[in-house]
Write a protein that binds this ligand. Structure first.
Ligand code: PLP
Length: 403
């Protein structure tokens, strides 16, 4: 019996935890910017798995690297060494200008790892009294779903009912350097912040914010931890979003597109001082740094840089944003973004972004609403002009009330 979309959806509803409310599209295949559902309908992917598929779906070079490595060796654990890990370190460190690398799997694990390392650095290097380390975070942050991380979320859905939470975090408004300065104490060890708040709705801070934050972190010996898990690896038209601000973080977190969507791979990148505090037995992961992950990540980084995807993100992102800004729609409040990380914010009277995402789905464009009134558009970085033109032909009638 052939199963149709409705059958898969019913089965999922019956057996799965309902911790997501996906669009009712059941995907079976992907190639580049396109995905197909089980009935063979084609869609333009404008989410890219929350920016994990920056290189496009099933990129052949990453696939080949994965298959080749999977035939040789997949997992050794870190009890032994493997021939891919050192090369992954070398390539990612050279590309990003980092001194030390800690490989993990999911984004949330990279965030947790950074919190551990920075606290330990605070005690051993900065001289903070034991148990007193504080990390400053921003309101409306999104850094993942573990207990520690949701404990410093300000989103009631993310944190409600999951306490008690870990202490040691202070929340300040995003984009307000004076508020950040006021929150710094002698026990502040780190400032964990997204260069652009992705899940909050592609929120771009005011010009000069990060320059000032960098100065304050340096002046007060506070580690600047930039969570580039979503903004990094070409999404904003630069390798790292920090480049738009003309600053360098002390610790950078990457994940998602580090594997081109093939496998969960994340990493903490830092100078020697911060990751240098971790000694054998103090941190680890069975799968972190495994040869399959490293081979996939090496290929994903090569593809990103050698195939001009970062430049394409800048060029096509500007084109897409310009086209969206030109829409004559009375429901669109603002179009904003950097590179191919784009948000279309609707007026509250439009009745929420979800219904427009469903209308776009019916026309073959998959996009995700975020925070009620915002449609996020973040296609794979391999998108071309013709595909953006085609997307606009679908988006225009939906946002101008023609359908
Ligand atoms: C900025 C940021 N940090 C961390 C995460 C968590 O990554 P993961 O879902 O791989 O744990 C995400 C995921 O959306 C993210 O956008």
């Amino acid at each position: 019996m052939t199963m149709l979309s409705a059958d898969f959806i019913a089965l999922e509803q019956a057996l799965g935890a309902h911790n997501y409310k996906p669009l009712d599209v059941v995907l079976a295949r992907g190639e580049g910017v396109w995905v197909w559902d089980v009935e063979g309908r084609r869609y333009l992917d404008c989410l890219s798995a929350y920016s994990a598929v920056n290189q496009g779906h099933c990129h052949p070079r990453i696939l080949a690297a994965m298959v080749e490595q999977a035939k040789k060796l997949t997992l050794t654990s870190r009890a032994f060494r493997n021939e891919q890990l050192a090369l992954f370190y070398e390539e990612v460190a050279t590309l990003t200008g980092s001194h030390k690398v800690l490989p993990m799997n999911s984004g949330a694990e990279a965030v947790e790892s950074a919190i551990k390392a920075v606290r330990k650095w605070g005690y051993e290097v900065k001289g903070v009294p034991e148990g007193q380390a504080e990390i400053i975070v921003c309101a409306n942050n999104f850094h993942g779903r573990t207990i520690t991380i949701v404990g410093f979320s300000t989103d009631p859905d993310a944190r409600g009912g999951f306490g008690p939470f870990a202490p040691g975090f202070r929340v300040v408004p995003f984009g307000d350097a004076a508020a950040f300065e006021a929150a710094i104490t002698p026990n502040t060890v780190g400032f964990l912040v997204e260069p652009i708040q992705g899940e909050a709705g592609v929120v771009i801070p005011p010009a000069g914010y990060f320059k000032r934050v960098r100065e304050l972190c340096t002046a007060h010996n506070v580690t600047l931890i930039l969570d580039e898990i979503q903004t990094g690896l070409g999404r904003t038209g630069k390798l790292l979003a920090e480049e738009h601000e003309g600053i360098e973080a002390d610790v950078t977190l990457i994940g998602k597109a580090l594997s081109g969507g093939f496998y969960p791979v994340s990493a903490v990148l830092s100078n020697s001082e911060v990751l240098g505090v971790l000694k054998p037995g103090q941190h680890g992961s069975t799968f972190g740094g495994n040869p399959l992950a490293c081979a996939v990540a090496r290929a994903a980084l090569k593809v990103l840089t050698e195939e001009g995807m970062i430049e394409n993100s800048a060029v096509q992102g500007a084109y897409f944003q310009q086209a969206l800004a030109g829409l004559r729609s009375n429901i669109v409040r603002e179009v904003r973004g950097r590179g191919l990380m784009i948000a279309v914010e609707l007026h509250p009277e439009a009745g929420g972004a979800r219904r427009y995402c469903e209308a776009l789905q019916a026309r073959g464009v998959l996009a995700k609403d975020t925070h009620g009134d915002t449609i996020r558009l973040a296609p794979p970085l391999v998108i071309g002009r013709e595909e953006i033109d085609w997307a606009m032909e679908q988006i225009e009638p939906v946002l101008t009330g023609a359908v």
